[in-house]
Ligand binder design. Structure first.
Ligand SMILES: [Zn+2]
Ligand SMILES: [Zn+2]
Length: 363
């Protein structure tokens, strides 16, 4: 099968013919139909995330068709259309049992492997790592069954792919993690693939105003088309002052989708008393986040993290599909460019340059 393989961080990927072993216990093989180009893969490829084992097939967002079941898989069938999830869930650990499966305690033992600590792909004798379990930059992938979420067959799979990371992470941070209610104010710092979906999450629950903050005018335009009521170009005006002006007392919710401490600080300063600042996306783990403890305590502000939009993947992915098919969730508008697998490097370049809302690899 064909895959885009990263042999060294900071170097371009190469499209290679690689071998795929059959699914083991609790795994399934999926034929990929489309895979989104995500910022976390860019971080892994360009070296801004350390500790990524190589060679590796990247890709954490995708959708396809189940082709083969490993032993012990009873809740999927060959031919099922699935959205891939990068977060396996065991269904029985403390967090799965208490309704927070994104915190599942039984993930892969090390980055780049499946749950048993090995991988199903190889190049000759050399094992190739699988990014985020699902390794979607390949024509096929073997994944844990809990990472393949079945959906309606009338859902176009190229659109479905985006639900697997950017849509769920952004929309979910608003409707699941924060639980924003109608008429509450919110601001989103950084409107790339995830921030844009936080904007549309705000639209889904009728938040108002919905303020988009970015330094890229093109991204602000995308934000407007996805439901932002106000746009703040942070290269021209101080976003904290602008948010105070628009909201009167500060935003009830801020969502920070930029991994920089200066932006964390703005997200916290732009809060109204009692407001909540939610960190989304994938901030580099060595970034510090400082705040004045007095302000936090006296005015009941909240700072919290959100991973994968606090998704309960098995329920939330089909829910996103229903919203898309009902015309309430925008995905077509997010897909600005399509690439072949051999154009993956160009897709990364365009993402790094801020030229695209979401690029999609189609197989
Ligand atoms: Zn992603
Ligand atoms: Zn679990």
């Amino acid at each position: 099968m064909q895959a885009a393989v990263l042999f060294e961080q900071g170097q371009p990927m190469r499209t290679e013919e690689i071998e795929l072993a059959p699914p083991q216990y609790g795994e399934v093989r999926v034929r990929m139909v489309a895979g989104g180009i995500c910022h976390s893969c860019l971080h892994a490829a360009d070296g801004s995330w350390t500790g990524i084992p190589v060679p590796i097939v990247l890709g954490d967002e995708g959708a396809g068709v189940v082709e083969e079941l490993g032993p012990g898989v009873h809740d999927l069938q060959v031919g099922d259309h699935v959205i891939l999830s990068w977060a396996p869930t065991c269904g029985s650990c403390y967090y799965c049992a208490t309704g927070r499966p994104v915190l599942c305690e039984r993930g892969a033992p090390q980055a780049g492997t499946l749950l048993d600590g090995t991988t199903r792909i190889s190049l000759g004798d050399q094992p190739v790592y699988q990014f985020a379990n699902v390794a979607t930059y390949a024509s096929h992938s073997v994944v844990p069954a809990s990472c393949a979420i079945p959906i309606r067959k009338d859902m176009p799979l190229d659109k479905a792919a985006l639900i697997g990371c950017s849509v769920m992470t952004g929309v979910g941070s608003v409707i699941n993690t924060a639980g924003v209610r109608p008429g509450e104010s919110m601001a989103v710092f950084g409107v790339g693939g995830i921030g844009l979906n936080a904007i549309q999450g705000g639209g889904l629950v009728s938040a108002h105003p919905i303020i988009a903050v970015d330094v890229n005018p093109q991204k602000l335009e995308y934000a407007q088309s996805l439901g932002a009521s106000h746009l703040v170009d942070a290269s021209r005006e101080d976003p904290v002052t602008a948010i105070q002006r628009i909201t009167g007392r500060g935003a009830e919710y801020t969502f920070v989708a930029v991994g920089e401490s200066s932006v964390f600080a703005q997200g916290r300063e732009a809060l109204a008393p009692g407001g909540t600042c939610v960190l989304i996306g994938a901030p580099p783990s060595d970034q510090d986040f400082t705040f004045k403890a007095g302000l936090l305590g006296r005015e009941e502000r909240v700072i919290r993290g959100s991973t994968y939009g606090s998704a309960r993947t098995r329920a939330d992915f089909p829910r996103m599909v229903e919203l898309y098919l009902a015309g309430k969730l925008k995905i077509d508008e997010l897909i600005t460019d399509r690439y072949g697998l051999d154009e993956a490097n160009e897709a990364f370049r365009a993402l790094a340059a801020g030229e695209v809302a979401r690029g999609l690899i189609v197989f």
